[in-house]
Write a protein that binds this ligand. Structure first.
Ligand code: ASP
Length: 214
């Protein structure tokens, strides 16, 4: 699905991977099963943004393997090979979001942002935090550059490096115990307060490492 708000001059690709933001009750527990289009449909779009969705996988992130992460890394780089794309948002479970963000950041050479987000509360619940987090992530992905891979959650913008999940249930799930957050997002504004420290990026892993996550 492609959605546009107000002419949509900024083109953002949402890569959907599952997690609580896509999880519905299955009778005995929650599991990721909502499509990327369904997840996107829960959120309003920031003004001037067009979104396209890639359904890459639909897993709870405790099941995210190195093969999934390699496939995601390649999808990010293939997506950014299109100069018409302005940024990427990845929806992801919170359990291993920090590992995926750090991994992607190690190989991120592009000025355009890659923003990971998710939710503490499941898809389709009245008090869910997924729609707001997704809106904020789209806002950040369409307005910043040269910050590497980011985590956007509960109105906060975090650098991939150093950020960990620090809350099991609370909405402000992520923080960096050794540094301030990078910035904040809210009221349709993004305020970046500091630059992240980023070492020289690593080359992409060799194609032989490409594994099918199944
Ligand atoms: N178990 C979920 C996951 O990581 C938790 C979450 O998304 O918040 O996929």
């Amino acid at each position: 699905m492609k959605r546009t708000n107000d002419g949509g001059a900024r083109r953002i690709v949402v890569i959907s991977t599952g997690g609580t933001i896509a999880s519905r009750w299955q009778g005995t527990g929650y599991a990721a099963d909502a499509s990327g289009d369904d997840v996107l449909a829960t959120a309003p779009l920031p003004e001037g943004v067009t979104v396209e969705v890639v359904d890459l996988f639909n897993v709870n992130s405790s099941l995210m393997t190195a093969a999934h992460q390699l496939a995601l890394l390649r999808t990010v780089h293939e997506t950014l090979a299109d100069p018409g794309v302005d940024g990427i948002v990845i929806t992801h479970g919170t359990d291993t979001l920090e590992e995926t963000a750090f991994f992607l950041d190690l190989h991120h050479t592009d000025a355009r942002p890659v923003v990971l987000t998710g939710a503490q509360r499941p898809f389709g619940t009245g008090d869910g935090d997924g729609p707001g987090n997704l809106y904020d992530a789209l806002q950040v992905a369409s307005s910043v550059s040269d910050l590497g891979v980011l985590v956007v959650f509960d109105g906060r913008v975090h650098a991939a490096r150093g950020t960990v999940k620090t809350q099991t249930l609370a909405a402000d799930a992520f923080s960096d115990p050794s540094a301030d957050r990078l910035g904040r997002v809210g009221f349709s504004r993004v305020d970046i307060e500091r630059q992240p420290e980023r070492p020289a990026p690593l080359p992409l892993p060799a194609a032989a490492d490409k594994a099918d996550p199944g």
